[in-house]
Design a protein around this ligand. Structure first.
Ligand code: FAD
Length: 448
């Protein structure tokens, strides 16, 4: 009996328990639903997704079906076509992923079929790591300790690339118009095959990992893994990252500290997914209110400030370089993401949601949980967030992390010319305003 693999955020052959389950009794059929939700993604992300699916299709002898439509319709239709009574898929935990899988489950059950959810996009599924009293961890460090104590399996065996029953597609992935729209900061297009990303991971572990602790904050150095891209599309599972770091440290104990720092960064990804699982409304709503509502800039003043930030024309080089890097490449270094986010919220007094929306349109590695919860972290409204009174100084951050100015010069050809914009605000003044807002926010309101 053929089973169907419903491809979700797991378009890969390696370390894929849902696919292995589907291939358990022999060749499986596979289908991806190019849903109305995907049609709302930025052109850049859609183009990358098309390449990812094209690459999976090539790896499987062009057997994978990619079809327009709601997952509930696409999956049911494909299951009927191949006679699958069981559909295997990765369990998602985001609000939209949960909604989607409930709809698919309902459609299949109605038709006498069964959805089997196997594995998740995380080393430890959200909701599983809990305190002894059964409640969620609010603070990162104890979460990370409990997460590590919980542990995870080694990566699953690779699936059989020939073990597929062909399913037809109604999307021609080769002809996706926007394929050429992405550049890489280092001058080559970002990889989009699973094999290329696994090679990149091996190269990272054999090279930059050794300096990861000291260099990962330097935006001009190729010091980080860039795995957020394949993680966002499910081409690599975080277990594979964790195993690569662990194996490197076992083979060479000098790498232990770097491997631990890298593992800790992956733990942030798991922490944010966990917070979103417990608080689905954190996608739009601050988990804590730290400043009064009337502190935000409004009207034309806010719109002009936002436009200057979005276009990389604030007159603050590190902020402008980051925004222009994202516009050109879909990527921005983590340190610079923190600086530009802090600048929008605390220097321009624009609510974090507006910045997060812009990142959704700009980032290639966009991920609901990671983006929204990182914005909340910078805004001081999230779980275990940076305190609101910590206001990044864009010049100080530049001096510290880009001391020779190589990063800002790469993205700002106009920097030392009269064309470079004047500063739109005085950082010290805006910082004082942000701190005063915070103090007001701590005072009980007259009504309470
Ligand atoms: P590495 O340093 O190699 O880290 C390894 C992995 O650890 C990353 O691939 C990532 O999965 C995880 N990681 C590292 N830093 C963080 C972090 N701060 N939070 C969560 N996970 C982390 N990341 C996304 O994947 N998607 C987003 O939409 C996103 N939006 C962000 C928005 C803001 C305002 C900020 C401050 C950060 C955001 N991040 C987001 C987190 C982080 O910037 C990226 O994951 C990181 O830049 C990816 O580079 P890398 O893969 O080379 O990281």
């Amino acid at each position: 009996m053929t089973s169907l693999w419903w491809i979700r955020r797991d378009a890969r052959l390696n370390d894929n328990p849902a696919l292995l389950e589907a291939q358990g009794d022999g060749p499986a059929a596979a289908v991806f639903a190019w849903s109305p939700a995907v049609r709302l993604w930025s052109g850049r992300r859609r183009a990358h997704l098309a390449r990812v699916l094209w690459s999976l299709s090539e790896d499987t002898g062009r057997s994978v079906g990619v079809r327009h439509g709601d997952p509930a319709d696409v999956v049911l239709e494909a299951a009927r076509e191949v006679g699958a009574t069981v559909v295997c898929a990765q369990h998602e935990y985001s609000p939209s992923g949960l909604r989607e899988q409930r709809a698919v489950e309902e459609a299949l059950t109605h038709d006498g079929r069964h959805l089997r959810l196997v594995g998740s996009p995380y080393a430890v599924a959200p909701g599983r790591v809990l305190k002894a009293d059964g409640t969620e961890y609010q603070v990162f460090t104890p979460f990370r300790r409990a997460w590590r104590d919980h542990g995870w399996r080694r990566p699953a065996a690779p699936a059989d690339p020939r073990g597929f029953v062909p399913v037809s597609s109604d999307i021609d992935l080769d002809h996706d118009a926007a394929l050429g729209d992405i550049q890489d900061p280092l001058g080559y297009p970002p990889p989009f095959t699973e094999t290329a990303w696994l090679e990149r991971l091996s190269d990272f572990v054999a090279g930059p990992l050794a300096q990861y602790t000291s260099e990962r904050d330097l935006p001009n150095v190729d010091a980080t893994s860039r795995m957020s891209i394949p993680l966002a599309y499910g081409q690599v599972h975080p277990r594979t990252l964790l195993a690569a770091a662990e194996d490197a440290a076992t083979a060479n104990p000098d790498l232990s500290a770097s491997a631990a720092t890298f593992t800790s960064e992956v733990a942030w990804r798991e922490f944010h997914a966990n917070v979103l699982f417990h608080h689905p409304d954190a996608l739009r709503t601050s988990l804590r209110q730290v400043i009064p509502d009337d502190a935000w800039a409004t009207g034309k003043e806010a719109d002009d400030a936002f436009d200057a930030w979005r276009d990389g024309r604030t007159g603050f080089p590190l902020v402008d370089a980051g925004m222009r890097e994202m516009a050109a490449t879909g990527m921005m270094h983590n340190r610079v993401r923190m600086v530009v986010a802090s600048f929008l919220i605390k220097d321009l007094h624009v609510p974090w949601q507006r910045g997060a929306d812009h990142f959704r349109r700009g980032l290639l590695d966009y991920d609901d949980a990671q983006n929204q919860l990182n914005w909340q972290w910078v805004a001081g409204t999230g779980r275990d967030a940076a305190p609101y009174f910590r206001v990044f100084n864009p010049d100080g951050q530049g001096d510290k992390f880009d001391p020779l100015g190589a990063y800002v010069r790469r993205w700002l050809p106009d920097l030392d010319t009269p064309a470079y914009p004047e500063r739109i605000v005085d950082h010290q003044q805006e910082r004082q305003i942000a701190l005063a807002d915070f103090t007001r926010g701590k005072r009980p309101s007259p009504q309470s």
